[in-house]
Design a protein around this ligand. Structure first.
Ligand SMILES: C[S@@+](CC[C@H](N)C(=O)[O-])C[C@H]1O[C@@H](n2cnc3c(N)ncnc32)[C@H](O)[C@@H]1O
Ligand SMILES: [Zn+2]
Length: 275
């Protein structure tokens, strides 16, 4: 059993594992999926039949990330956490909105941490669980995390939706939260294929939403160029982003004929400490 203190999504009491089943004192029980993840998402917490990223989006992201285009980002994330995490006590890291687990896997392999990955998308977690059996994989919502209060040392949120309150609940006082999000110049080439006028994207900033419970530690910028040289790779990148859903017919045509793209990545890594 992992070091993580799982709680029952129904009644919030601790979950104990017996063989391939988790159960609470109230006899709510959850079976281990064949692929090795736990599904702790209650039907009433689903806003749609298949919430989160679809199987197609998961596969597109998996191909894109596997090709290594964002390897510098994974290294920067690992490096930043290495610099700031205490090393004296066993550390538990929760990757929120872990998707198909490309970053989660590297965090587990490169840092000596116990790692859990949580995502609301079943296809994403199914793919993730094939990647690394030493991670606790959970289908669950970040809005109602099935972990005990103050039981996590580090949380990461990589291109996910920030939910300050549930995230703060599971983190220990003094625990770290790493938020990774795109900077204004991110994917400018792709956006110029899609939109007539490319504006610098509005600039999401997590600081405001977190101010009540977190202190900022540091923010790092990471920018680099990468090249996509097949139509399929460009389609995969598009499928990973919200831009893919906003194509008009002219944009669709421009994308359809595009065979190569010199692209720019622009990321922000913002580290916070829970008060
Ligand atoms: C843009 S993807 C990022 C995935 C991964 N962190 C990465 O960068 O490769 C956002 C992920 O958040 C998940 N997601 C959306 N709403 C969620 C929620 N309420 N709780 C947990 N995960 C959620 C989606 O299923 C999707 O996998
Ligand atoms: Zn229960």
């Amino acid at each position: 059993m992992s070091l993580f203190a799982l709680i029952c999504p129904v009644c919030k009491l601790p979950l104990q594992q017996a063989d391939n089943r988790l159960g609470c004192e109230h006899n709510h029980s959850f079976d281990l999926a064949r692929q090795g993840y736990w599904n702790l998402l209650l039907p009433q917490r689903k806003r749609s039949k298949e919430p989160g990223d679809s199987a197609d989006m998961v596969q597109a992201r998996q191909r894109f990330l596997q090709a290594g285009h964002y390897a510098p980002l994974a290294q920067a994330i690992v490096g930043l956490l290495q610099e700031h995490m205490p090393t004296d006590i066993p550390q538990r890291l929760l990757d929120l909105g872990c998707g198909e687990g490309w970053y989660t896997d590297q965090l587990q392999r490169q840092l000596s941490l116990s790692v859990a990955g949580l995502d609301i998308s079943k296809p994403a977690v199914r793919a993730a669980s094939r990647r690394n059996p030493d991670i606790l994989w959970l289908v669950a919502t970040g809005a109602d995390i099935p972990l005990a209060d103050e039981s996590v040392d580090i949380a990461s949120l990589i291109f996910g939706r920030l939910l300050p309150e549930p995230t703060a609940r599971v983190l220990k006082p003094g625990g770290l939260l790493l938020v990774v999000y795109p900077g204004p110049a991110h994917l400018r080439a792709l956006r110029s294929l899609i939109y007539e006028q490319v504006r610098d994207s509005s600039g999401f900033n997590p600081e405001q939403g977190l101010a009540e419970r977190f202190d900022p530690v540091t923010t790092r910028q990471l920018a680099f160029e990468f090249r996509l040289d097949t139509h399929e790779a460009i389609q995969d990148l598009l499928a990973m982003t919200p831009h893919g859903q906003r194509l008009n017919s002219a944009a669709r045509e421009r994308i359809a004929t595009c065979r190569e793209l010199n692209e720019q990545a622009d990321f922000r890594l913002a580290l916070f400490r829970k008060r």
